[in-house]
Design a protein around this ligand. Structure first.
Ligand code: TXA
Ligand code: MG
Length: 311
């Protein structure tokens, strides 16, 4: 396998540090990578994928030690990590309270998906960059996952700083995704590891809905998005007494928060989850959200807000 020269690795790490997108080889499929701690860089991932939706992304790190700084590993999660990392397994675990990965990469969830990939070139980038890299598969929504650098260039050539060519992905299937809370493991996505291989280490894996029944104390552990306690009022112009206003665009300079005073949807996406949390922390009678155009990332923002507004 082509290990790639050191300059390419350093160029990728430098582009990530500038908040740009980079095509990265992993043993499963190629990823569309960004600095996972940099919300605007992560927003560019969603903007580039087409039909944007704030699905939570996998954060890639170089080692279990680096993963433990971001997520809480129960003994079972540790056992799975030790058995399969580096490799095609993503573990969804509770976020550490001081988790450096931005809210947008986790789509506002209190859990985080973590993976230590084995591809030698990706390992070098992770070590050179020194921070977690958020990366979904580098395909436009609805298209097959990319397993060569050429595939990535075809789809994202004009949106990425560069793609590192690490040869064809040897697994060719996305990672298996397993959520672990305490001593319960739930298989969320089959992938580069079989159920048999996983169960040999973890014991029987729950199906996503079975786990909700088996553990009513942690309902919807699988994909429970952050929902503010305060009711949301969408398409509002001003806040009444006791309400908090989240504006959008230059007309909202006096608002408590502004998703983007210049009206930039990428910046708005980057700020969305953190501002919802901050507004909610003020314990208002309602959170009023200004109208946001439903073009580009505005569609994903509208979708997320509509779901957060449901009682
Ligand atoms: O092999 C792979 O996993 C590739 C390479 C690039 O690492 N990445 C990948 O990412 O397939 P993506 O974004 O296409 O798929 C991530 C999956 C999605 O099914 C997502 O819903 C799930 O992981 N996921 C991420 N965070 C989650 C969370 N906190 N809770 C539940 N599911 C999560
Ligand atoms: Mg994908």
């Amino acid at each position: 396998m082509d290990q790639g020269p050191l300059e390419d690795v350093l160029a990728a790490a430098a582009a990530l540090a500038r908040g740009e997108l980079v095509g990265l080889p992993t043993e499963t499929v190629y990823g569309l990578g960004a600095d996972a701690t940099h919300a605007e860089a992560v927003a560019k991932i969603f903007a580039s994928k087409g039909r944007p939706h704030f699905n939570p992304l996998i954060s890639h790190i170089a080692s279990l030690e680096a993963a433990e700084a971001l997520g809480v590993f129960s003994p079972l999660a540790q056992k799975l990590a030790e058995a399969f990392w580096p490799g095609p397994l993503s573990l969804v675990v509770p976020r550490q309270p001081d988790c450096a990965v931005c809210d947008l990469a986790c789509a506002g969830l209190d859990t985080i998906a973590l993976r230590v990939p084995s591809h030698p070139l990706m390992q070098k980038v992770l070590r050179a960059f020194g921070k977690p890299i958020a990366a979904p598969s580098a395909n436009v929504s609805g298209r097959p996952s990319p397993t060569t650098a050429g595939h990535v260039l075809e789809e994202f050539g004009d949106r990425i700083a560069l793609v590192l060519d690490g040869g064809p992905s040897v697994v060719g299937l996305e990672s298996a995704v397993v959520a672990v809370t305490g001593d319960q493991a739930t298989l969320l996505r089959l992938g580069g590891l079989s159920r048999t291989e996983l169960e040999a280490v973890a014991g029987p894996l729950l199906a996503p809905d079975a786990s909700a029944k088996a553990a009513p104390a942690s309902p919807g552990m699988v994909l429970r998005h952050y929902a503010p306690r305060a009711p949301l009022r969408l398409h509002g112009a001003t806040a009444e007494a006791g309400e908090v206003m989240i504006g959008f665009g230059p007309g909202f300079d006096g608002a408590d928060f502004n998703l983007s005073s210049s009206g930039d949807l990428v910046e708005a996406a980057a700020n969305l989850f953190a501002m919802l949390r901050a507004a909610d922390a003020m314990t208002p009678s309602a959170i009023v959200i200004a109208p946001i155009p439903e073009t580009g990332l505005g569609e994903a923002i509208a979708d997320r807000l509509a779901r957060a507004a449901e009682p």
